[in-house]
Unconditional design. Structure first.
Length: 320
């Protein structure tokens, strides 16, 4: 999708007191998978993410988004990282993924892991661990990430259209998430990732230049000052003033009819998602943080390759 959002994750972290995640997930994944084969893997990834978030905190959103976009197409197999090759356009070149970023960060992490433990840590696990770390380093929750994923060898651009779209309504969103084994609760919880996201004007232009009653007129007027008709380049914060801090500000925005995308506003059109939005818009962040870690573990288990399936890519952008 066009927006830099969901529709559009070692060493102990001290930025958040919240801890979430189960000890073991289904599909052959487990916490501490690399404890014997590459015991410093998570520490290496965390050290790199600390550097990145310190000097480029705005990369938190794009790096988190990579994991979402990977898992929603072919499962969490790092297929989103593969370059187009042999005349076959890859996922990253599909229209919904053309605004993705952060690939260079993943490549740097992979080089360091290959130096420490050649051929051991998968690119799919790197995405999951990076996503966790950038959330925690953005003052969000920390959760244990079950690992043991292997990398896929197929990436097809047209399959990127399986991703949720910024224009989707609540029924489409629920159906899309259900198709991946994710619940209505997971939908509203994972949408909270938009607290550190930005979006292109083109993803919501029809809302602010149409007669959409689901958006606050004053907010729409403010957005029209930033986004001219047919603007394809300007980026707008999804949670204004909190773009690098993982918090519940997103739910405050949505509850006040200031959700940026139609898919954000749609959360008020279902009793369960609306109730969650309203609770998180006024309460403490602790429940959301726990829920987010739980839903991320669940999402990170979609279609994983384990055992002898797939491979451990030496370079994340190409098959071995």
């Amino acid at each position: 999708m066009a927006s830099k959002s969901l529709f559009v994750f070692f060493l102990p972290l001290v930025l958040s007191p919240f801890f979430s995640g189960c000890a073991e997930a289904q599909g052959g994944l487990r916490v501490g998978y690399y404890s014997q084969t590459c015991p410093k893997a998570e520490a290496i990834i965390n050290a790199e993410m600390r550097k990145i978030i310190k000097y480029a905190p705005s990369l938190g959103g794009p790096l988190l988004r990579l994991h979402f976009h990977d898992c929603f197409v072919r499962g969490c197999d790092a297929s989103v990282l593969l370059n187009s090759a042999n005349g076959q356009a890859a996922e990253k070149d599909g229209i919904p993924n053309q605004s993705l970023g952060g690939y260079g960060v993943i490549d740097v992490v992979k080089v360091k892991l290959e130096k420490a433990c050649p051929g051991v840590v998968s690119c799919a696990d790197i995405l999951a661990l990076v996503a966790r770390d950038v959330v925690a380093l953005s003052k969000g929750p920390y959760w244990q990430v079950p690992t043991g994923r292997r990398d896929g060898t197929v990436s097809i651009a047209s399959e990127a259209f399986q991703l949720p779209r910024p224009t989707d309504g609540i029924s489409q969103l629920i159906q899309n998430f259900a198709g991946k084994g994710l619940s209505v609760q997971d939908l509203v919880v994972l949408s909270g990732a938009h607290t550190i996201g930005v979006s292109h004007c083109s993803s919501f232009s029809s809302r602010i230049y149409g007669s959409d009653p689901s958006i606050d007129p004053k907010y729409a007027a403010t957005l029209r000052m930033k986004c001219k008709p047919k603007d394809l380049t300007t980026l707008v914060q999804m949670d204004p003033g909190s773009v690098t801090t993982f918090d519940t500000g997103y739910y405050k925005q949505v509850s006040g009819n200031r959700g940026l995308l139609n898919s954000d506003a749609a959360l008020l059109q279902n009793p369960q998602t609306k109730a969650y939005v309203l609770r998180q818009s006024t309460g403490s962040a602790s429940q959301f943080f726990k829920d987010f870690g739980d839903s991320m573990v669940k999402m990170g288990n979609i279609g994983v390759l384990t055992g002898a399936a797939g491979q451990i890519r030496k370079k994340c952008f190409a098959v071995n």
